[in-house]
Write a protein that binds this ligand. Structure first.
Ligand SMILES: C[S@@+](CC[C@H](N)C(=O)[O-])C[C@H]1O[C@@H](n2cnc3c(N)ncnc32)[C@H](O)[C@@H]1O
Length: 228
């Protein structure tokens, strides 16, 4: 029998009945093609790398990663069985080989140091601060030393226009879980969770506010040992 789930899961677009419309809404409102392409372009992978798409949803980014890095082993994980059904159908139609799993990001079903890179898009704003930190610790666990974290998500507001526009996202997805995003605190939380060189790398204005791209690195073993 499955253990009851401890962590809260906010589904894509906040409400379960909106799940079938997710791809259309995101395509029309978030400049999805541009920001996901920019995120993929940020990755530098060794040959035969292992990459994880965290909170993969309908697997749009997962498939973009596999197309850009055909030699890489690409995995996607999400806590919502319903959105994974859409993802599995898209993967089946693509004919590409990616491994999708249902799991909460707070307890990833992967061994320590098993990925060269964790990428994630529009995911961290679903988590309140304690959960953000728990997930960042978990991604650090599954990354190899020196491995990279690449994130695209709602970022800091740059003025009243982008702040006002973001209220629509907050009405759908929630206020406590999005507060650190719109205050631009994701890099600080990454550093707090033990990442190095956490930084915003790009920002795109959308109708719902700013989407920021971030990069950070799991320190190499020597630095990890010095930190302990
Ligand atoms: C807005 S969607 C983003 C999906 C996809 N990454 C994209 O860019 O289109 C957020 C996803 O995070 C998932 N999610 C939310 N909290 C989660 C958690 N704690 N663990 C795993 N998945 C979670 C949701 O099920 C949803 O599919």
């Amino acid at each position: 029998m499955r253990e009851p789930r401890q962590e809260k899961l906010i589904p894509a677009l906040g409400f379960r009945w909106l799940t079938p419309a997710y791809d259309l809404v995101v395509r029309l409102t978030t400049r999805e093609a541009a920001f996901k392409a920019a995120l993929v372009a940020q990755l530098e992978l060794p040959p035969a790398a292992r990459v994880l798409d965290l909170g993969c949803g309908t697997a749009t980014l997962t498939l973009m990663l596999k197309r850009r890095f055909p030699q890489a082993s690409v995995a996607g994980v999400d806590g919502d069985a319903e959105i994974l059904r859409i993802a599995r159908e898209k993967v089946r139609r693509s004919g590409l080989d990616v491994d999708l799993r249902e799991a909460m990001a707070q307890a990833l079903p992967y061994a320590d140091a098993s990925f060269d890179c964790v990428a994630s898009s529009l995911f961290f704003h679903h988590l309140e601060r304690a959960a953000k930190l728990a997930v960042l610790a978990e991604t650090r666990r599954v990354l190899k030393p020196g491995g990279a974290l690449h994130v695209a998500d709602w970022g800091g507001a740059t003025g009243p226009l982008s702040r006002g526009a973001f209220v629509m996202v907050q009405l759908l997805d929630g206020f406590p879980n999005t507060a650190d995003n719109v205050a631009g605190r994701l890099p600080g939380l990454m550093e707090q969770a033990g990442y190095a060189s956490a930084r915003e790398t790009q920002r795109l204005l959308t109708v719902f506010g700013n989407i920021s791209l971030y990069g950070a690195q799991k320190p190499h073993e020597r630095l990890e040992a010095a930190r302990a």
